[in-house]
Design a protein around this ligand. Sequence first.
Ligand code: ADP
Ligand code: MG
Length: 695
Amino acid sequence: MLNWNDSIQVLPRIGKATLGHLKRLGINTIADLLYYFPYRYEDYSEVVSIENLQAGQACTVRGRVDLLNSRRSRTRQINLTEALISDETGSVRVVWFNQPYIAKTLQVGDWIYLSGEVKESDPLQFVNPNYEKAQRSLGATVNRQTSRILSVYSITKGLSSKQLRFFVNSALHYLDKYPEFLPPEIIQKYRLMDLASALKEIHFPSSQTEANKAVERFKFEELFLLQLHGNRIRYQLAQYATPAIPVDEELSKEFTASLPYQLTEEQRKSAWEIISDMKEPLKPMNRLLEGDVGSGKTVVAALAILNVLAKNYSAILLSPTEILADQHWKNISKLFAKYADFKVVLYTRTQRFVAQKDLVQELSKKEILEVLNDNSPKLIIGTHSLLQEAAEFHNIALIIVDEQHRFGVKQRDEIKDKAGLGEDVYPHFLAMTATPIPRSLALTIYGDLDLSIIEKLPPGRQSIVSQLIDPNDKVAAYDLLRQEIQAGRQAFVVCPLIDESDKLGVKSVGAAAAELKEIFPNYEIAILHGKLKGQEKTEIMARMLRNEINILVSTAVIEVGIDIQNATVMMIEGAERFGLAQLHQFRGRVGRGEHQSYCLLLPSDKISPRLEMFVKSNNGFELAEYDLQLRGPGEVFGTNQSGMLSLKLAKITDTLLIYKAREASQFILQKDLKLAHYPQLAAKLANFEQLNALQ
Ligand code: ADP
Ligand code: MG
């Protein structure tokens, strides 16, 4: 007997090579194997009598082996196994290529099933059909490789769907217990197939209807776990107290009026949503602010921070890089210069500054810890490592994380422990991201977060000129590059990964940089990729900022949100490999200053409608939504974006199922938030969260 988590090695006929192939597909355990679902089916359930066979038909015959012969072909070095199969109505020829063992497994006189396509020839014949001995005593239902709906798997070299069906069948046969984790009341309420039947039906459907039901059960599973994850965080958070920050209307109005521009409608709305969230003493804010690059999220965050400081609390703002932290510090300390009581602290690995009024001071490590420890209201800006550097904080009522759309519960708890508010008090939490995740998707994958969206840029922005470059005519792109650099501007060149083995993108970036060096021998060209250390990356970005680099060639890792106002060209090699939302983020790296900027797409081969759509639209949300219809979320946002989980079966368009899964998760959690009565579900959820890096 087998257990769910046993290694697949215990299955019959799994040798070293096969083990390796299965590993490559991510299949290590029985559970992995059974959750390796087919991506389509072929229907061979129709058993036809031989006299009725027609060319081109996919079907099954049941017959007796009358002749069987295996030989090497004279002309080519291949083995041919030929047979003549007969039933009561006639005979049909069969030929198999390079499967000499068939002549040993079958014998003249055997009754067999053959499933395959009948090829147009005279006389008709089957070429490479699936075959299986007919086991009369057990009836036709035990057939696994013929005369039924057959599952087709996405496979790798050296492994066939046939083998996978064999392994799956053994696993199902020897498996002792199915770890059903869906609560019985949920299975009943939503009329879902139980796990054991669903696994059998998804791999070996008894009919298309049953296969569909099985698929629906597994889709539900994924969505249910996602919703359970999100809603559990939501409900747990709601049990904590939090600093109540009443809205200071006068201060907010005065601050807004002092800006050199008017807030857009969406900025106002978002700011209002955030500030209103913080009024509540019993429910810590947990919100995601989404807005395109340059949409003005910083000032919205500043308004929230201001309200916090006005109530004598402090706030923390975390950036992904030191350079971004520095930019935030400069911008926000300017915005807050007129509030004499408020300090704006910058604390990163290399920088320690405090700004108060128009006074800026550089501090020693000791001095900065003193500032952090005093009781004055302050904003502390740093990178994510701030939490490790400074042991403790005081009175932190608000934590903002910039350029990140997924912030783990663990990280949040760490911050809570250091916020200095007390055991059961949680600070308010705001994540900001430029990734345009459409509302529909966000609701599915971020069930724990409330959402504020700034979709449009402030008025009066120069639009970036986007162009598709014909792969046979790159000269146009190089001409523009030269023209801009001669005018003193800078350029980014982004490259995709060439192949899977090149996960760090070193190869592609190296090749592109070498090509550019040949064309522009006098320009300073630097490269940036995943293999460089954090400090090396920071240095390169700093040189870019000082205009010491003309062209920066990088992988998709280039720092999100960085503001290089002098950069006017974004050139993207192999553009078809990126999701539109991702391309849009690259585009947002230019056009941040006063100069007209350009985004050049260089597809590797032909120009696709997707890329044409990109050139036409400047709305990240619209592009993401468009791509989402064509591709999955993983591909739209790029797999390197953490927090974008890969749903195996469920789609964002499965609206009704998403709704049911949400309802079901709320139903269970309202009864039993700790899932104490659902130990299997709790374990499955923990596993799911770990697999998708959701903790
Ligand atoms: P992001 O959302 O990418 O973080 P920022 O907050 O850095 O964008 O804002 C980009 C620029 O837009 C800043 O220079 C900011 O001063 C300016 N800005 C923000 N809001 C407005 C507005 N309503 N009108 C004009 N300019 C604005
Ligand atoms: Mg920003």
